[in-house]
Ligand binder design. Structure first.
Ligand SMILES: Nc1nc2c(c(=O)[nH]1)N[C@H]1C(S)=C(S)[C@@H](COP(=O)(O)O)O[C@H]1N2
Ligand SMILES: [Mo]
Length: 313
């Protein structure tokens, strides 16, 4: 089935957040908390890497005004709850986020089944402000809370055969009525190359704006990969699997000529049906230029050195 993606620029209008109203708290580095927290994980005898939180270069979009909480929680993409931007806020209340378990397995020495509350106890990133840029050419700026994915992956001790990471969302059409329609092949799947997954900017987010994750934003845990188009940031994750070869992903399976595996934000490579040169920041009127790797080129550019980004879109 061909999915008609809404044209870019057809978002709601709303008030602009006054940046000065929001007091940005420094990302809280709870020294040792990660190492201690790791002891809660079954099968995790030692602390992981990734607990060395980056400071000034942590990729926080500090110069950008935050999107209002209202916009960030009422203009969403979460097809499990409908294909309209307002559907997730209206429908996601049927999602039960407790009990919730996350399986981490595949190519690793210590696969684990984690209770989400044990995971929440290990949050080390209190706040990191990231741009999220949808492939539909709108963007937001959101303060996230969570755990560097690298820390979690290291705790299960990936083997040398772990070259990619495959993620899966919950599959339960009773809780996620959108799954009764075959708009995508369920469950929603995403994937990263292992070095992308281990990059310090890649966050397993458990909350935003200082609160637990709202259901429509992917409660209780979702990925945030700030240099890639929004659809790579998979919501309501139940499984993380270390794998040897590039895993299938939902949007790529659905429309492979429009959505590649990498999906790095790239203003120089247009989507077949629209330009990716500019974007509309939700809450603002005009458009702004889209930046290479969504503005994170300095941090992640070297991951793609020598790759043809037109081919590997
Ligand atoms: N499981 C799941 N994850 C998903 C989606 C989805 O439909 N299902 N949509 C993606 C898309 S296209 C975008 S742009 C972001 C939107 O995140 P937000 O609603 O928190 O802004 O979530 C991504 N993660
Ligand atoms: Mo998106």
């Amino acid at each position: 089935m061909l999915i008609r993606i809404p044209r870019p620029g057809d978002g709601p209008t709303s008030e602009i957040t006054d940046e000065s109203l929001y007091l940005r708290r420094r990302e809280l580095m709870r020294a040792g908390a990660l190492a201690a927290g790791m002891l809660l994980l079954p099968g995790c005898g030692r602390a992981a890497t990734g607990d060395e939180e980056p400071g000034a270069g942590d990729g926080s979009a500090t110069g950008d005004a935050l999107t209002s909480f209202e916009d960030a929680t009422s203009y969403n993409n979460f097809y499990e709850f409908g294909t309209g931007k307002k559907d997730p806020a209206r429908n996601a209340h049927t999602l039960r986020t407790r009990p919730w378990t996350l399986e981490i397995g595949g190519e690793c020495a210590r696969p684990a089944t984690l209770d989400v509350d044990a995971l929440l106890a290990q949050q080390t990133v209190e706040e990191r402000i990231y741009r999220l840029r949808c492939v539909e050419a709108w963007s937001m700026v959101i303060p996230w809370r969570g755990i560097p994915l690298a820390a979690l992956l290291a705790s299960v001790e990936p083997t040398s055969r772990a070259k990619f990471v495959a993620f899966r969302t919950l599959h339960d059409p009773e809780q996620m009525p959108g799954q009764k329609r075959r708009v995508l092949r369920w469950p929603y799947r995403e994937g990263l190359r292992i070095d992308e997954a281990m990059h310090p900017l890649t966050l397993l987010a458990t909350g935003m704006y200082g609160r637990d994750m709202p259901a429509q934003n992917g409660a209780p845990i979702r990925l945030v990969v700030p240099w890639k188009y929004g659809f790579k940031s998979i919501k309501s994750i139940v499984s993380i699997e270390l794998v040897e070869s590039q895993p299938p992903t939902s949007w790529n399976m659905s429309t492979p000529d429009e959505y590649g595996f990498y999906s790095n934000v790239n203003p120089r490579v247009d989507h077949p049906r629209w330009s990716q040169k500019r974007e509309r920041r939700i809450g603002e009127w005009g458009k702004r230029d889209t930046l290479m790797f969504n503005g994170y080129a300095e941090e992640v550019g070297e991951l793609y050195a020598g790759m043809d980004l037109r081919k590997n879109f």
